[in-house]
Design a protein around this ligand. Sequence first.
Ligand code: ARG
Length: 505
Amino acid sequence: PISTLRTNGILPSSGDIQLQTENLASQKMLEPFGGQEDERFGLNSELFNTLKRGTTLVEYSSPNIAKKFHAGHLRSTFIGNFIANLKRSLGNNVIRMNYLGDWGMQFGLLGAGFGQFGCQEKLKQNPLQHLFEVYVQVNKEAERSEDMKQAARDFFRQLEQRDSQAMSLWQQFREITVHEYQHVYKRLGIHFDVYSGESDHQDQAQEVVQQLQSQGLLKTSEKGTGVVDLCPDGDMSSVCTVLRSDGTTLYITRDVAAAIDRKQKYHFDEMIYVTDKSQANHFHQLFQILLSMGHSWAERCQHVPFGLVQGMKTRTGEVVFLEDVLNEARTRMLDNMSQSKTTKEMENPEDTAEKVGISALIVQDFKGPLLSDYKFDWDRMLQAQGDTGVFLQYTHARLCRSVNEGIEAAAFDPSLLLEQTTITILQHLLRYDEVLYQSAQDLQPKHLVNFLLKLCHLIASAHRQLPVKGSPRDVAQARLRLFSRACSVLANGMRILGITPVDKM
Ligand code: ARG
């Protein structure tokens, strides 16, 4: 618990800051501080040296090829990235994985439909859009035509048998999709160490079925499907289907195989899956199957569920592609910024608008408990005042401006920092490590978001109460030191959230 860490001197306690100047100096609170590249994201106390570390595999984003990239995928992308950054900041080795929905009946439909509705030219120009169009069309067609359905089944069978022509079309769909996504992830400042997918685990999924069989865990249901009974001793038997009657495997079977494969390849100490809460039962079953097969490491696998987002819309209607959301955030932000004088002096206002727009999306998403649903609201999230990502960015840019203009490297006199406002800010800054520790316990970003928002409110009043311009030089220098420290903590915290701080706004 946090209190023990405090008494052992691993985490600082707010009481550590006394009004005496020696104490301020001894806290090293105001010394220049780790730069942007600091892998520790500014973690400062003994905590970093005390934590047990290991390899964490975080699987997130995981969209489905040719289907909609819905709000759930956006949340998974943000949350997973945050968890990966957080784990990294606490010294873990982190593997960031994207697990694509790149197998299953939708490829039968897509493959069969592409012959009829597809166009290689359009596919090259706007791949995600075109694949989605074809997918929608072929689904409609399949609803009314038995022939189309049959064609889809045939195509999927060819895929399962690794027919080279079918495979090469599938390969093309997959490659261009990944390429497009990489472009959008780059805009978000997100990268993945591994792109994997359901297709990678076809054969292994069949092996899993055999293993379940030989371990006596597989039963045949009345319908002829292969099932695992998850609580054989319980009154109510709860079964999970792992094999269809036609011998093909399912989403869960592939997940069992994928987990075993990841453990072998990456030797992770813990694995975290980030999806919306509708899949909670799926992951519960997955971990149970793994445990019953004797994989005790499944104890250290975890699903981080999150709630639904309502009403994610752009000006042109419902959101289908991630890129539309990012474009809309940028356009709206650019509109809001166009009034300001600084925008006119900017070299690349689009780039700033993009970064600030993305921070607005992230803060909106992270403010509450992850499990809660929330209503997507462009106007609210983009407000410059109030608890928004725009406010974080604005405060950061303002801090940067004053610090860059005036700070000198020379020694400063901490005894000039005795106002209550200053003490409150220093006490707040001291909580940074504790907040990260707390976030790591429950993997909820709200602790860090609220900590940073509070810091920005404190800074806003400090800017009024502790002017730099017009103060005697030594007082100005001491205050700038405080602002500089606040600026680094803010920047580091923002980076853990997945936000790129801007210097000008
Ligand atoms: N592609 C899935 C979806 O869009 C999410 C995958 C989650 N990860 C997993 N290992 N099952 O719903």
